[in-house]
Write a protein that binds this ligand. Structure first.
Ligand code: TXA
Ligand code: MG
Length: 341
């Protein structure tokens, strides 16, 4: 298939909107990561997303909207709890996805047969314009091939999806860089299923008690039941084996320099690169977690080369927004961490 490469011009966004209306699939920028979007109310179109990604059919998609009223307008949800309303008011548009009881209009292809649906109102201007022009809610997972690092740049989407979908819209680099925080409101106490830029503390300051699902920080046994199907799949992995090192910068440098540098790559802080013998990919400055979040998936893509067998990276502290970074890296590493203190 010929894939149209589009940008933010009005006529390009009109083309993207028409493709959506016709049941096609379009790669779209959001503030978190690029998404692979189709009309959320068209089950056949949504099926094509799963095919393009190679995504397991039991892993549900997020429905994106362009304003809060769309939830009622398209009957996406059967009931909006008061605490969900409070979260919407505070954090939307933005990188928070809210799971509620599903409404009658949402096709099973979107929710993978679950009785709940995940809803997100993104802040990125481009995807909002496409929703306005198409007048459709968009089902969209991250626009990577299933299992690969999420795409945070137009080129990432072109690499993974060229020839598989109708169009890709260039919206520049994503400003957040990791996927949205996912919270479910159908449990007794609201529970975070995936950490993101909106932290448990941010959420708790609006609605009080909130839990963090065990699978956010821990490895799940293959036979365990998970609250979010996405948690059980291998994620974000380059071909090489990724190993996280827990300890301070000096120890990190000593440790990686003690290794054979052949077939080795190190994801390190900007300040460390000059002192490391092996090939390095920088992820930002040591004390700038936001920049590390923005760059983490690009770094994992850069080390995904045939000549690299082992990748060392820092193990971030799972606190504040660091929890999101930790969650992505620990999955890329298959939960392999070495204490070097
Ligand atoms: O930032 C984001 O959320 C990006 C952009 C494109 O919006 N999207 C994204 O989608 O990360 P995806 O499909 O890669 O991740 C969605 C996660 C998956 O782990 C999925 O299992 C979970 O949300 N999910 C979706 N609907 C759910 C539901 N009804 N119940 C539990 N988990 C759900
Ligand atoms: Mg994803």
């Amino acid at each position: 298939m010929e894939t149209l490469l589009l940008d933010g011009k009005t006529e390009d966004l009109e083309k993207a909107a028409q493709i959506i209306k016709d049941g096609g699939v379009v790669g779209v920028p959001t503030e978190t990561v690029y998404g692979l979007a189709a009309d959320a109310l068209n089950g056949a179109a949504v099926k094509r997303i799963f095919e393009a990604k190679g995504r397991p059919a039991d892993n549900p998609l997020i429905v994106h909207i362009k304003n809060i009223d769309d939830i009622d307008r398209y009957s996406l949800v059967s009931e909006i709890p008061d605490k969900a309303k409070a979260l919407m008011k505070k954090f939307w548009p933005g990188p928070l996805t809210i799971i509620m009881k599903k409404g009658e209009n949402v096709p099973d292809e979107v929710t993978a047969g679950l009785s709940t649906v995940a809803v997100r109102f993104p802040s990125h201007e481009t995807v909002r314009r496409i929703m306005e022009l198409s007048d459709r809610p968009l089902a969209a997972p991250s626009a990577n091939i299933s299992g690969r690092p999420s795409p945070t740049a137009f080129s990432h989407v072109v690499n993974d999806m060229y020839g598989k979908i109708e169009a890709i819209v260039d919206g520049g680099d994503c400003s957040v860089g990791v996927e949205s925080t996912v919270i479910t409101m159908v449990t007794d106490v609201p529970r975070i299923l995936r950490p993101g830029y909106i932290t448990p503390e941010d959420i708790s300051s609006v609605i009080g008690d909130v839990e963090v699902d065990k699978a956010v920080l821990n490895q799940i046994e293959s036979n365990e039941k998970v609250a979010s199907p996405g948690m059980k799949y291998k994620h974000y992995s380059p071909r090489a084996k990724v190993i996280l090192l827990r300890g301070e910068s000096e120890k990190f440098i000593d440790y990686v320099n003690s290794k054979d540098i052949r077939n080795l790559a190190v994801i390190c802080y900007d300040e460390e690169a000059d002192r490391i013998d092996a090939a390095t990919v920088t992820e930002g400055r040591e004390n700038d977690l936001e920049e590390q979040m923005r760059r983490v998936f690009d770094a994992l893509r850069k080390v995904d080369r045939d000549d690299i067998d082992v990748v060392y990276a820092h193990c971030p502290k799972a606190q504040g927004i660091g929890m999101a970074l930790y969650n992505r890296l620990i999955r890329a590493a298959g939960f392999e961490v070495i204490d070097i203190e």
